[in-house]
Design a protein around this ligand. Structure first.
Ligand code: SAJ
Length: 432
């Protein structure tokens, strides 16, 4: 049984989800052990510092470490609740096969210290069936313990799946306030997990079975991916037909039941560009729209690259400003970023003509090395560049007045400079 006093909690994986979760659980008064494979991450957290950027996380971690509620280690120790928040990347087979080996490795370590009354929760985004796989692994490694759903007897341990659904940049707020799906391997497991989440979640916690909760997480991100793909496909059609897509979407969205998302240079980040493939992998024959959406969003990057290249070739003397590298606006996360892919490809092709403006970076990523491209500030780019390529809709870029960019050839992939997107430059028309 989880005692009604504050349970001790072990959070395995101290990344973008694990660390904020560990800190919030500690703030709720539970003693938390955060576990990570990286010595460096562990040392940083034990100093009361953080290794990732997230709004207000630094003060929260400092506070709970100072109060002795959060400590980090590379080794799992006995606790009452275990939360697995490790990455689930693709396998290296080139087929977008989900790799759950980190989840299973964490479960293997937990098995060594597991005891009757404990609760094991998987939070990592997983293919459907992974939580039951974790349960089966625990059962195999600990035949002395009764695991849920394997016999009619009351189990010793509870196992559940509870995905996060927080938005980078708003993680702490959304961890506390978003509703959560809580999927038990059995209804009893869901009830145990619900009691745990109620300690620190203000949003509604809705219980279900583990497989439905796993699918729900994947479906949420696939839904967004499909909707962005619709916008990106429209933008490529509009380029072909020489229409202003921003105007078309603005007008269509005046219909009370139409809400088209915004086209961009593609879809980035570690979630929306990845999770839909977990559904495709589970049901390849049926998941046709979801697979197509992934392909459309990836194709948009190459479409942008081709059009940008044509524009740059049309002005051989001009320096080129690439505005933005991050995967979306107003964050310093450059993982799986289409903007970064386009800018780096242009740097390899056009060398020192390429100037990158990225207020959230202090240096260019390694793939720019040796290309001759340089990182410049916004003023320098606006003053010296004859081609302006908008890749990220950072607020500072939005705020650039028309006067300061009127002289330039502009390709705005985010539609932030509406006054400059019409009419398209002839080179952009040819490249569609
Ligand atoms: N994007 C567009 N057009 C849009 C909206 C987004 O091109 O209209 C692009 C962004 O520029 C970015 C990508 O999509 O490259 C993803 O950005 P995002 O803001 O849609 O989502 P993420 O990846 O930051 O966070 C998502 C969220 N999922 C949903 O909104 C369904 C978040 O709630 C999840 O917790 C997170 O994935 C996750 O961890 O799974």
């Amino acid at each position: 049984m989880i005692s009604d006093s504050k349970p001790s909690v072990c959070v395995v994986g101290l990344g973008y989800i694990g660390l904020p979760t560990a800190a919030i659980v500690a703030r709720a008064g539970c003693p938390v052990l955060g576990v990570d494979v990286s010595e460096k991450v562990v040392e940083t957290i034990n100093r009361g510092e953080i290794h990732i950027e997230e709004v207000d996380l630094d003060g929260l971690v400092r506070g709970v470490v100072q109060r002795g509620l959060l400590r980090a280690s590379t080794v799992i120790a006995p606790c009452q609740v275990y939360v697995i928040a490790v990455p689930t990347p693709f396998a290296r087979d080139g087929n977008h096969t989900p790799d759950v080996s980190h989840v299973l490795a964490a479960a293997t370590e937990i098995a060594a210290v597991l005891k009757s009354g404990d609760l094991v929760i998987v939070e990592s985004t997983c293919p459907v069936g992974t939580t039951e796989q974790v349960r089966d692994l625990l059962a195999r490694l600990r035949p002395d313990l009764k695991l849920p759903g394997l016999s009619a007897e009351t189990p010793d341990v509870a196992v559940a799946y509870c995905p996060e659904r927080v938005l980078p940049g708003r993680i702490l707020e959304e961890l506390a306030n978003n509703d959560r799906s809580i999927g038990g391997v059995s209804p009893r497991c869901a009830r145990k997990a619900l009691a745990f989440y109620k300690r620190f979640v203000r949003g509604e916690c809705v219980t279900t079975d583990a497989r439905s909760a796993e699918m729900t997480k994947l479906v949420e991100n696939a839904y967004r991916d499909v909707n962005i793909a619709f916008a990106n496909e429209l933008s490529m059609i509009a380029d072909r037909m020489e229409l202003d897509i921003w105007e078309v979407i603005r007008l269509a969205n005046r219909h009370p039941r139409v809400h088209i998302l915004q086209p961009g240079p593609g879809v980035g980040g570690h979630c929306i560009a990845v999770d839909p493939w977990f559904i495709v992998h589970g049901a390849p024959e049926q998941a046709r729209l979801i697979r197509n959406a992934r392909e459309v969003n990836d194709a948009k990057m190459h479409h942008v690259l081709a059009r940008a290249s044509a524009l740059i070739e049309s002005a051989p003397e001009a320096a080129v400003a690439c505005f933005g590298l991050s995967f979306k606006a107003n964050i310093d996360d450059f993982r799986e970023s289409p903007a970064r892919f386009v800018a780096a490809s242009l740097a390899r092709r056009f060398g020192r003509r390429i100037r990158v403006v990225e207020p959230y970076a202090s240096a260019l990523p390694p793939e720019f090395e040796g290309t001759g491209a340089e990182l410049v500030d916004l003023d320098a780019a606006l003053e010296t560049c004859g081609v302006h390529l908008v890749l990220v809709d950072h607020d500072v870029f939005r705020a650039v007045p028309a006067d300061e960019r009127r002289h330039a050839l502009v390709y705005d992939t985010r539609g932030i400079w509406a006054d400059q997107t019409r009419p398209a430059h002839p080179a952009l028309r040819l490249a569609s």
